[in-house]
Design a protein. Structure first.
Length: 364
């Protein structure tokens, strides 16, 4: 049965949409005002976990999202340290979700932002994302579980917030220990203070509203509850209107979209991995950051898994390459053979994890 739409979800979605448009106007790459996967990848590059020179930058948006969640959770009594729910499996799932996202070139949040910018390639990603969620729901209905979490120490709960504070302090005090892109997406960014403040606000609202793309589609399919999904509808509408107002929208097309490729099979399959893995985790990459900010140690482990997944994706050339136009010659971009093999292997791993974590009585 459908439930009443929570106004906080709509507000959060609208603010995220405004923030995405504003951050792009302030310097972030086109159709990438926010992207959890891309920004974690940039941080992995800046900390020398991978050597892809065009995607290396300490993104204040990630720091702000986590700390915004922490601040509002502490203020409202919702900061509750907990952990112990299959952390090793969550780490692997985080890495797989990241690899799938980088094959597609974006997380679920960026997928919606790309659609709002007129990118038809992202529609293909949306189809794959929905398929992945349906596969995940199939296993949920058969008893899939990563088991319960347990009350943890404050040190466990503050793990990722502490890392974010340390990262911010280091980049402000000794930025020379990091590497930064001089060209490409990593070189395009909004001013640090603006990005940080905007992300703090978004992080607080995302925590308050429980905003989650995977949760929204899962709830809509399983319970006919469109509450969380309405937030992402708001993001799409606001981003679309913002792009039209700023003159950045020229219609819907799959041709030469910013930081995107037109290899549609792999756009689809990459997002199948993201949808499937995120359902098993209980939330999309954005939700994992917010949960980690409010004290969830399991989500912190997932985020660390995503960072490692980003490093693996670029060190082993698994990530997608964007379409380009060089000297009048168009390249659709796409995925290297190593990336295609990785997608297949990741799907097999997800299948094994899905079956192995079904309750024994349900499996029998």
């Amino acid at each position: 049965m459908s439930k009443k739409i929570n106004i906080w979800v709509l507000i959060a979605g609208a603010v995220v949409g405004i923030a995405a448009v504003a951050l792009t106007a302030l310097g972030n790459p086109a159709n990438m005002g926010f992207c959890i996967a891309c920004f974690l990848r940039d941080i992995a590059g800046a900390t020398k976990l991978h050597s892809a020179a065009v995607v290396q930058y300490i993104r204040p948006e990630i720091i702000g999202l986590v700390l915004g969640s922490t601040i509002i959770a502490l203020a409202t009594g919702e900061f509750k340290p907990r952990a112990g729910s299959s952390p090793a499996v969550r780490f692997i799932l985080g890495a797989i979700v990241m690899i799938g996202a980088l094959v597609f070139l974006g997380c679920p949040l960026r997928m919606v932002i790309r659609i709002g910018g007129g990118d038809l390639n992202a529609f293909v990603g949306l189809v794959g994302f929905a398929i992945g969620i349906l596969i995940g729901i199939f296993f949920l209905k058969r008893g899939f579980s990563l088991k319960r979490s347990y009350t943890a120490t404050k040190a466990e709960g503050f793990a990722l917030p502490f890392v974010m504070v340390a990262l911010l302090a280091l980049v402000l005090i000794v930025p020379t220990i990091f590497v930064f892109s001089e060209s490409g997406p990593g070189s395009k960014h909004a001013p640090v203070l603006a990005a940080l403040v905007i992300a703090l606000i978004v992080g607080a609202l995302a925590q308050k509203s429980r905003l989650c793309m995977v949760g929204g589609m899962r709830d809509a399919i399983m319970f006919r509850d469109f509450n969380l999904l309405s937030g992402f509808a708001a993001i799409f509408v606001v981003v679309l209107l913002g792009n039209i107002i700023l003159g950045n929208f020229s219609g819907f097309s799959a041709y030469l979209q910013p930081i995107a490729h037109a290899s549609q099979l792999w756009n689809l399959l990459g997002m199948v991995l993201v949808g499937w893995g995120s359902v098993l985790l209980g939330g999309c990459p954005l939700r994992q950051l917010i949960l980690a900010g409010e004290g969830n140690g399991d989500s912190a482990v997932t985020v660390f898994g995503m960072v490692v997944g980003a490093a693996v994706a670029h060190n082993f050339k698994l990530a997608g390459s964007a379409a380009s136009l060089t000297d009048g010659v168009y390249s659709a971009g796409g995925i290297a053979t190593s990336g295609k093999i990785a997608v297949v292997i990741a799907a097999v791993v997800l299948l094994v994890i899905s079956f192995m974590n079904i309750a024994k009585k349900e499996r029998n």
